[in-house]
Structure formats: C-alpha cells, structure tokens
Design a protein around this ligand. Structure first.
Ligand code: UDP
Length: 434
C-alpha cells in the first residue's frame, strides 16, 4: 500500500522507522494524597500510608503505549502521581509512538477480545522489533515493572529480568481470545511474575502461572481530576453552548473512543428511536482520537457520513478542542449517558458519569456490571429495545432519574475511586517486592 494511503487521516508527528526507538518518559502531575480526605475519609488514607510505609522508595515503572486517550492513560495520569505522593518512586513511560506498530497492536487488542484474525509474519516482526528496540534502548533499573496491555507484553522478554519483579496488567476482556494471537503472546506473558486482570471472568484460557500470581483488580476514577471534579453549572452550560448544544433541551451522550466495540452506529440507531418519543432530544458523540488507535480515524469518517443530515447530532473530539473539562461538562449536563459497549474491559466512562450524578444506560458486558446495577446508577441493557426503554424512562421521569443516579454515586464512592485502586496496587507491590 502506498505510504500516503496507509497514513490517511493519521497525525504525522509519529516517530519514523529510521529513528531510534527510545521509550518516552511521561512527566507526572502533582497530586497530594491528603486532598482526598474529605471525599473518602481519613481511615482510607491511613490504610494507604500504612501499606506504603513498608515499601517506601520502591522503584516502580509503569509502561504502556500512549499517554493520552483511552482508559489506561486516564488511569496512569492519576495513579502514578498518587503512588509518588505515598512515597513510592514511581515512573511512567510509553513505548515509542509508531504507526505500523499501533496498526498491529490495535488488531491484537481486537483479536484478544475475540475478533477473527490471523497474524501475518510482518505483524509478528513489527511487534517483536518494536518491543526489542524499545527494551534495548532503556537502561534504567527498577524493583518492579508493570507492563499494561498487549503492546508492551514482550518488553520483559527483551529487557531481561534485571533484578526486577514483572507484572503484566491486562485491561481488556480476554475471556475468549483469538487463539492465534493469544498463543503467540502467552509465552511472553508467562515470563512475568504476576498477571493482573480486571475481573476473574477475563482470565484467558491456558495461562500457566501460579494461582496466587494471577490477581484481579478493577480500575477506578479520580474524583479530583479536571475530568471528574465539581464544575460550576454555569461553566458547564457555557461549554455546551460553545459547542452548539442547547442545554435547555434533553441531551444523550456517549463518551468513547471511536471503536467498533463501543458501537457508535448502534448509539445513533437508539437515539433515533428515542427521538420518536422525545422529539427535542440531542445526541453528543464525544470521542478521543488516541494515538495508538488508527482504526478510530476510519470509524469517525463513517459516522460523520451517517449523521451529516441531522443537526441534533454532535460529534466532538480532542481535535476540536474537547478535553477533560469539556468531557466533565458533557457528562455532568447530559440527561442520560449511554455506553453501548459490546465488549468492555471496564469502561471508566460509566463511573465517571455516575459520579457526576448522571444516570447511565450501558451494555451488560465486561466490567460495566461491576459499576452499576439496575436502579443503582442507571440500567443495564442487552438489546436495543432495552436501551430505548430505559433511556426514554429516565428522560421522562426526572425525579426517579435523580434518585437512581444518587444511589449510583455512593456505590462508586465505595468501590471505584482511585484511593481503593491505590490500596490494591500497594498490596500487589508488597506481595511481589517483599
Ligand atoms: N475520553 C476522553 N475524551 C473522549 C473520549 C474518552 O477523555 O473524547 C476518556 C474517558 O473520559 C475515559 C477514557 O477516555 O476516561 C476511556 O476509558 P474507558 O475505560 O471508558 O474505555 P477505553 O477507551 O479504555 O476502552
């Protein structure tokens, strides 16, 4: 395929093949554990401090594929600074940014979630070369390295043990992986000292590691990030009106990467059916264009074509300035948030919306039912009819909708705030490092 065709619609600031493939050190935000006291209580912070005191100064590296876009980047933006605030010497690096590698790893990602696929020799070569060159370029020393998702799963192999403990942290639904891709990746994963999945259902078949080295930790959201913190209602309204959305009319929103598993075309079908009963309804599709997700650019164009005649459908991305503040405003002011995932590792967006007091109607799949139950935070749906029924119900019953969202917020406070995740991570560090 010609170079120009292959790179169509993709940003050009990627590292070229001819460059060295250095890992990229991500500069960290400053976060102070003490700031969370009013949200989670002092006891939780005490527990964090107690756990961290035994492993103070532990050198920990988190490595993944991108610093922005998608749940893993979102998670590390908060978690790594909070580890630092707890006394851990935590660092965050990404693999070098390279188009061909991300084309391969996005297909691996889809295949691990069950898509049909036969990796080519070139795919395998691109994947291994990238991991090898990145690992060879990195001379730092750590006590513990956590490789997130399939992209750096072979980093450990090429880097060598080098005195560290190694963890493979998988954020996707690997319950029924494509056999060819999983057979290829499995030996690399098994070189790690532990593997962590979001839930036990996701444990892939045939993974040979000691039972007590396969752990389950669900992700969490940061209540103090720009995306999730309280936002004055007037400012939220201004943000929406800046993007042409009428804050006085009902709004349904999906915040997601443009990805087939998030089914944006299905969202449009549902919106059209609900609109027959609520004619003033607007739909916002808010989607980050992540660097490691070339597929998103193709899906974006196909949705644009599908929606161009409906002035009540809005598509926003980071490319037209939608960042954390804007996502915050959209999740906060929407009447209902939809998350029509077909497969979902966790779906941070569900907890994000519920935490802001907005009810969610979401697919009963993967990590979503961990975060909400029918009547607590919203409703789970299996079919399009169920989505239409619950969204219409929530739009037409404001009082019940508020109560359902309120119950959900307390559910999220207990289980899905970053302080709980930090406790789980520190326990993992202690288990492996001491
Ligand atoms: N996100 C964003 N802007 C967008 C779309 C998504 O900031 O336009 C964020 C979203 O708020 C969430 C993360 O990207 O924090 C997506 O994580 P999730 O676990 O829901 O899905 P993933 O992308 O990891 O599959």
């Amino acid at each position: 395929m010609a170079e120009t065709e292959r790179h169509e619609g993709f940003p050009v600031d990627m590292v070229g093949r001819e460059h060295r493939l250095d890992t990229v050190r991500i500069s960290l935000k400053k976060k102070a554990l003490g700031d969370y006291a009013s949200i989670v209580g002092r006891d939780v912070l005490e527990e964090i401090r107690r756990l961290a005191s035994d492993i103070r100064g532990l050198r920990v590296l988190h490595i993944n594929s991108t610093a922005s876009g998608g749940g893993v980047a979102e998670l590390l933006t908060t978690l790594v600074p909070l580890e630092v605030s707890s006394g851990i010497e935590a660092e965050w690096k990404t693999l070098p940014q390279h188009f061909d590698f991300f084309e391969v790893t996005k297909v691996f990602h889809n295949a691990l979630q069950g898509m049909e696929y036969a990796p080519t020799k070139q795919d395998i070569k691109d994947y291994l070369d990238h991991n090898r060159l990145s690992a060879e370029s990195d001379r730092s020393r750590y006590d513990l390295v956590i490789a997130h998702d399939p992209q750096p799963a072979a980093f450990r192999h090429f880097y060598g043990r080098k005195g560290a403990k190694w963890v493979w942290r998988c954020h996707i639904d690997t319950a029924h992986p494509n056999k060819a891709v999983w057979d290829f990746l499995r030996p690399f994963v098994e070189e790690h000292d532990a593997a962590v999945f979001t839930m036990d259902k996701f444990r892939p078949p045939g993974l040979e590691m000691p039972k007590n080295r396969i752990l389950y930790i669900p992700p969490a959201i940061d209540p103090l990030s720009t995306k999730n913190r309280e936002l004055p209602i007037a400012l939220s309204r201004e943000v929406l009106s800046e993007y042409g959305v009428d804050a006085r009319r009902p709004l349904l929103t999906q915040v997601s990467r443009f990805d087939p598993w998030k089914d944006p075309i299905g969202v449009i079908r549902i919106y059209r059916q609900v609109k027959e009963q609520v004619p003033t309804l607007q739909l916002a599709l808010v989607g980050f264009m992540a660097m490691d997700d070339p597929e998103a650019w193709r899906i974006y164009s196909s949705i644009e074509k599908e929606t161009k005649d409906d002035r009540d459908i809005f598509m926003f991305t980071n490319l037209n300035g939608v960042g954390s503040l804007e996502v915050n405003a959209f999740q906060r002011l929407s009447d209902v948030v939809i998350q029509k995932s077909i497969k979902e590792g966790f779906g941070l967006v569900v907890s994000e919306a519920i935490w802001k007091g907005t009810p969610v109607v979401a697919g009963d799949t993967g990590g979503i039912p961990l975060q909400m139950k029918n009547g607590v935070g919203g409703f789970l749906a299996d079919t399009e009819e169920e989505y239409v029924k619950w969204i219409t119900f929530l739009l037409k019953n404001a009082k019940q909708s508020r109560e359902i969202a309120g119950r959900g917020r307390e559910f999220v406070r207990e289980r899905y705030l970053v302080t709980r995740l930090l406790i789980d991570e520190l326990k993992l560090f202690k288990l492996l490092a001491l």
